[in-house]
Design a protein around this ligand. Structure first.
Ligand SMILES: C[S@@+](CC[C@H](N)C(=O)[O-])C[C@H]1O[C@@H](n2cnc3c(N)ncnc32)[C@H](O)[C@@H]1O
Length: 271
């Protein structure tokens, strides 16, 4: 796929808000203020460790850029914490909802715009902070995104980036479990699509157009232009083994195996 192909597909696919499966399961697809409140509480309940990665402003009017907005739960928290908030997303749906959230907070919402992480539409060194949860690995060019995040951060600025872990239990054990049968049935592209669908699908069950997975080691190389990097591993699926004889629910695994072979890398950076 060419870059413009990936961009076009991302624009269409993510117009349906990321998290619509969760919204459907709790009956909040209408986006009314009550539904959004219920969605936010379900979202943060699902990712309880996320709070620790969401920064607080350290001075008045501190400027933060969020890239990849989805339902805007993170953006909503950052706005409430008093940041001078800017949002960027390639798709119209998330931009519309985040703009609506800002208006509901008495703000204009004009600082939320459509655009790509690959060409951030802001000047050099414009932001004190950048945050991007689960977005950059969908763009098709992680290196370029990282260079862009570095460019728009002020010296001494901080970024929090979540990317999928290549060395997770899901990648190492669950995904390849039936690879031979699947490769024979559907070929390499079908196999890769099934792996992507383990992470992100729309309501039709279709997989996200593009996803990269990176190891901690690769993350250290990728972000080498930053002066400091800290990486935490978080998130895990529930686990059933030996034909159901062994079962652990997801919350029981978040603070042990999830910190070693978890799904997501939380990368905290300083420029
Ligand atoms: C998996 S969702 C994550 C959304 C949200 N951060 C969350 O955690 O729920 C990925 C988001 O990244 C956005 N996205 C994908 N490619 C992008 C790009 N090239 N530039 C900016 N945003 C992009 C999508 O539109 C989508 O809203």
């Amino acid at each position: 796929m060419t870059q413009s192909n990936v961009d076009n597909k991302n624009q269409g696919f993510w117009d349906e808000l990321c998290g619509s499966g969760l919204a459907k399961s709790i009956g909040t697809l209408d986006n009314s203020p009550e539904s959004i409140k219920k969605f936010d509480s379900a979202y943060m309940g699902l990712y309880p460790y996320l709070f620790q990665y969401l920064p607080h402003p350290t001075k008045p009017e501190e400027r933060i850029l969020e890239i990849g907005l989805g339902y805007g739960t993170v953006g909503g928290i950052l706005v409430e914490r008093g940041f001078d908030y800017y949002g960027l997303d390639i798709a119209e749906g998330p931009v519309g909802l985040m703009g609506e959230r800002m208006k509901r907070n008495g703000l204009s919402g004009q600082s939320v715009q459509e655009g790509s992480a690959l060409e951030i539409p802001h000047p050099n060194e414009h932001f004190d902070k950048v945050i991007s949860i689960g977005c950059l690995h969908h763009t098709g060019d992680l290196e370029k995104c990282v260079a862009e995040v570095h460019r728009v951060l002020a010296p001494g600025g901080e970024a929090v980036i979540m990317l999928y872990n290549r060395l997770s239990y899901r990648q190492l054990v669950q995904a390849p479990a039936n690879w031979y049968r699947e490769m024979r049935a559907e070929g390499w592209n079908g196999y890769r699509q099934r792996i992507r669908a383990m992470y992100d699908t729309n309501l039709e069950g279709e997989a996200a157009p593009h996803t990269d997975y990176i190891s901690m080691f690769k993350a250290h190389r990728l972000f080498k232009s930053f002066t400091s990097i800290d990486i935490d591993i978080q998130n895990f699926d529930h686990l059933t083994l030996f034909g159901g004889k062994f079962h652990r629910d997801r919350p029981q695994l978040l603070n042990n195996i999830g910190r070693i072979f978890g799904l997501d890398l939380y990368i905290t950076l300083q420029k």
